[in-house]
Design a protein around this ligand. Structure first.
Ligand code: ACO
Length: 380
């Protein structure tokens, strides 16, 4: 057996959910190019597509919206848990991870893994994630949580519950586009985590909780905050060269660049750049956006200089930072928002894994010794 560090190039699942071609820079989600799906679909539509392998008709979408609305009320124990986390100032992504695990509390039979119940759980978890994030965010800032609004879709309701005012159509659309852009992406680390947990016949709450833990790290979903921080730190385009050179000289990684699979530009970066462009035309800090584009060009040039041949390109996180900043979200909410979008894909992968399950259980190369002699504790 061959040891493959990071399982690079290992095919660990068969899926109909998304297809990533890292050489061609292509991403298909539920059969649609991301460039087609993301600007048009709502999160509910894209999640339905992944769960059912087809788009919903108008009545089905209305019914799904109604089920999302009904699921938005959190169990009281979860609200108490969020309050306890807020008292300790826990990071938002940690509060979401704790809440995801506790959301099984109002499930009458969380261990019963039949397909209908798992689909209901998938819908409920997805519907509740933005509610958890917004409720927690307000608690942590000493503000009263805001009740959800039944007339608002997923993204608009999320912004409403955060800010207390309904967003304009463009901001809501930009956030929908973001959620759909990141809803699924092949066998990424958090999705793999969810599938591994599911493959043991564990429950959906456990799988999604594990996935959030995997997403949190800076090598995966933790990058967009630091990417924006870098742009802010640079401050003026003529300072970009020295700042980025300094980072690369110190051996630092530039957040928002490089990808395990994409060796050309991540197509999601273009979809989100277009969304950011539209947002910043209308409002927000256009000069910041223009500078970010300039910083990107300098970063790509210097990455080629310092890391020639590694094919380091802009990834989804760089423009995630621009879109989420453009809709008025602070950097600490960037990774939690990634989880809100990716929950659609995680849950669809769990459902898919259950339909054709085999325990995921790879092997390891043993590097230890085999000839130790036992020494009793009083003689060590
Ligand atoms: N900045 C500077 N150098 C980099 C970067 C970067 N962003 N990414 C990779 N490199 C360098 C590495 O130092 C390494 O150099 P070496 O050959 O001299 O040792 C070479 O490129 C190859 O890097 P690997 O670590 O083998 O690449 P890997 O495929 O494991 O990493 C990863 C992919 C983790 C995304 C990496 O590019 C990275 O750390 N990027 C920054 C963080 C980031 O943007 N994460 C979000 C990813 S997208 C997502 O998960 C949604």
């Amino acid at each position: 057996m061959t040891y493959i560090p990071g399982l690079e190039g290992v095919v660990a699942a068969r899926t109909r959910l998304s297809f990533v071609d890292g050489q061609a820079g292509e991403l298909f989600i539920g059969g649609f190019p991301v460039e087609v799906l993301a600007p048009h679909a709502t999160f509910e539509e894209a999640a339905f597509l992944l769960w059912h392998d087809r788009l919903p008709d108008a009545a089905e979408l209305r019914d799904l919206h109604d089920r999302f609305v009904a699921a938005r009320e959190l169990p009281g124990e979860v609200v108490d848990l969020l309050r306890a986390a807020a008292d300790r100032n826990a990071p938002v992504i940690d509060a979401l991870r704790m809440a995801a695990a506790a959301l099984s509390l109002d499930d009458p039979d969380p261990q019963h893994n039949d397909p209908a119940n798992n689909l209901r759980r998938a819908e409920q978890l997805c519907a509740r994630f933005p509610v958890v994030v917004a409720t927690y965010w307000r608690m942590r800032h000493g503000q009263a949580p805001i009740a959800p609004r039944a007339d608002l879709d997923h993204a608009a309701n999320c912004l409403y519950m955060l800010n207390g005012t309904a967003p304009d159509a463009e901001a809501a659309r930009a956030l929908e586009t973001y959620f759909v852009t990141v809803i699924d992406h092949g066998m990424n680390a958090s999705t793999f985590t969810a599938r591994v947990i599911t493959s043991t016949q564990s429950d959906l709450y456990s799988a999604i909780t594990g996935a959030i833990g995997a997403l949190k790290g800076p090598a995966h979903g933790g990058a967009p905050g630091p990417a924006l921080d870098m742009v802010f730190e640079i401050g003026q385009l003529d300072k970009a060269e020295a700042n980025i050179r300094g980072r690369l000289e110190r051996g630092e990684r530039l957040m928002g660049f490089g990808h395990r699979v994409y060796k050309v530009r991540d197509p999601r970066a273009d979809v989100l750049a277009a969304a950011a462009d539209r947002l910043f035309q209308r409002a927000g800090d256009r000069s910041l956006y223009d500078m970010a584009r300039g910083v990107e060009a300098v970063a790509l040039r210097l990455l080629e200089e310092y890391k020639p041949g590694r094919k380091l390109q802009t990834n989804v996180e760089y423009y995630t930072a621009m879109v989420l900043h453009g809709v008025g979200l602070p950097t600490e909410l960037f990774t939690p928002m990634f989880a809100v979008g990716r929950a659609g894909g995680w849950s669809a992968h769990c459902l898919e894994q259950w339909t054709d399950n085999r325990l995921i259980r790879p092997s390891s190369d043993y590097l230890g010794v085999k000839d130790r002699a036992w020494v009793p504790i009083d003689r060590r």
